[in-house]
Ligand binder design. Structure first.
Ligand SMILES: NC(=O)c1ccc[n+]([C@@H]2O[C@H](COP(=O)([O-])OP(=O)(O)OC[C@H]3O[C@@H](n4cnc5c(N)ncnc54)[C@H](O)[C@@H]3O)[C@@H](O)[C@H]2O)c1
Length: 366
């Protein structure tokens, strides 16, 4: 029996790679690493310590294959210092250009480990082993790797595609529910931006969870959607549409995250609220109906994601945060809206007064 249930090919010419998805896809990690080692290629495993604490059996199998570096859980690990610890780990184990890194963890380890692979010896091969829902449906697709610096998140990095991605939904059984739901914000976003059928499928299902029979197929569909968008605009250079569409809900969401103080909302929670606000913006611009907005609110709320500001936040603080966002282009606030559920577009310019009205409607105070 194959160790994966379904797969997607990310089609990027020479840098194309497969994503394998299934309840027991971690068996593919062990098989692939064993094969590489039998060909005298070194394999090293960079692990999220929070994941490692929950999945000791799998980790001990990795330890029997090659050197393991466990890094602390949390966003602060995406730092220059921990990037340095990856370089030291690789050098201490005399990794060369033929060696491989497996980045095993959520988006933090995927981004950091991927950037380590992109820069060590000017680039070595790596595999992604995402262990959170967000990393399975979003961060492991598209090749963006990087770290945070004190001036801001994700400001240093590289586009570096993995050789393959192993998404084992079995890992999600130990993921806290709040993290799972946070990943659902990106799943809902993908339906809103590109796939009405996915959105309607989510509406028709009970609440999804790690062991839900439909989860591998839903992860595959999300990877297909993100891969198609990335494929058309790998380095985010399209003047409209393209990779920027993946920012649906993110101009509002990042502002909420930032104005509330990082840590108050999980990223996906802020994006959930951002999706509601982006739907409202689409209504105000005459594209979708009030009923559509209510459908978005119902789906976001079903995953316990906020549909209003949890604590009152000031409009001024939110507007300031938006102006500092890297999506501001030549002084103009840039948003992504929907023409209809399942069809997103980049809005060239939005009047600040309209943005303020929407913020107030969803709980911000003037
Ligand atoms: N590269 C991209 O395109 C892209 C896209 C979206 C987000 N990101 C990045 O992703 C990061 C967020 O990723 P995330 O939400 O996966 O967070 P994360 O990597 O911080 O993981 C969340 C938490 O889950 C724990 N964990 C992971 N797997 C587990 C498991 N199976 N069982 C139990 N606990 C587990 C971790 O220890 C951590 O505490 C951010 O840094 C963001 O910038 C990158």
């Amino acid at each position: 029996m194959s160790w994966y249930e379904t797969s997607v090919e990310v089609d990027l010419g020479e840098r194309s790679y497969p994503i394998w998805i299934g309840r027991e896809a971690e068996a593919g990690v062990l098989e692939t690493a064993s094969k590489l080692i039998s060909e005298n290629r070194k394999c090293g495993f960079v692990l999220d310590a929070g994941f490692a604490a929950q999945q000791a059996e799998f980790v001990s199998k990795l330890e029997s294959l090659g050197p393991v570096l466990k890094l602390p859980a949390g966003e602060t690990t995406k730092s220059l210092q921990e990037l340095g610890s990856i370089f030291d780990f690789l050098a201490a184990n005399t990794f060369d250009r033929s060696s491989f890194i497996f980045a095993v963890g959520g988006g933090v380890i995927g981004d950091l480990g991927g950037f380590g692979a992109a820069s060590y010896l000017r680039g070595i091969d790596f595999y992604q082993v995402p262990t959170t829902l967000l990393s399975m449906v979003d961060s492991s697709v598209g090749g963006k790797t990087g770290i945070n610096i004190s001036a801001g998140k994700n400001l240093v990095g590289a586009f570096w595609q993995p050789q393959g991605v192993f998404s084992s939904t079995g890992f999600l059984t130990t993921l806290p529910e709040r993290d799972f739901n946070s990943g659902m914000a990106e799943v809902i976003k993908h339906g809103m931006l590109n796939d009405r059928a996915l959105f309607e499928q989510l509406e028709s299902l009970d609440v999804l969870h790690a062991e839900h029979a439909e989860l591998p197929g839903i992860i595959r569909r999300n990877c297909e959607i993100k891969a198609a968008v990335v494929n058309a605009d790998e380095k985010e250079q399209a003047s409209s549409g393209g990779r920027a569409l993946l920012n649906l809900g993110h101009t509002f969401g990042h502002a909420v995250e930032n104005a509330a103080g990082y840590g108050e909302y999980m990223h996906g929670e802020a994006i959930g609220l951002g999706l509601v606000m982006a739907a409202e913006l689409s209504l105000r611009l005459g594209n979708i109906s009030e009923d559509d907005v209510n459908r978005v609110i119902a789906l976001v709320g079903r995953y316990s994601l906020p549909t209003r500001c949890v604590e009152p936040m000031s409009v001024a603080a939110l507007m300031d945060a938006m102006r500092r966002d890297k999506k501001v282009h030549r002084g103009t606030l840039r948003f992504v809206g929907m023409k209809s559920i399942g069809q997103a577009y980049t809005i060239p310019e939005v009047a600040p007064d309209l943005v303020s009205e929407i913020l107030v409607k969803y709980g911000a105070v003037e």
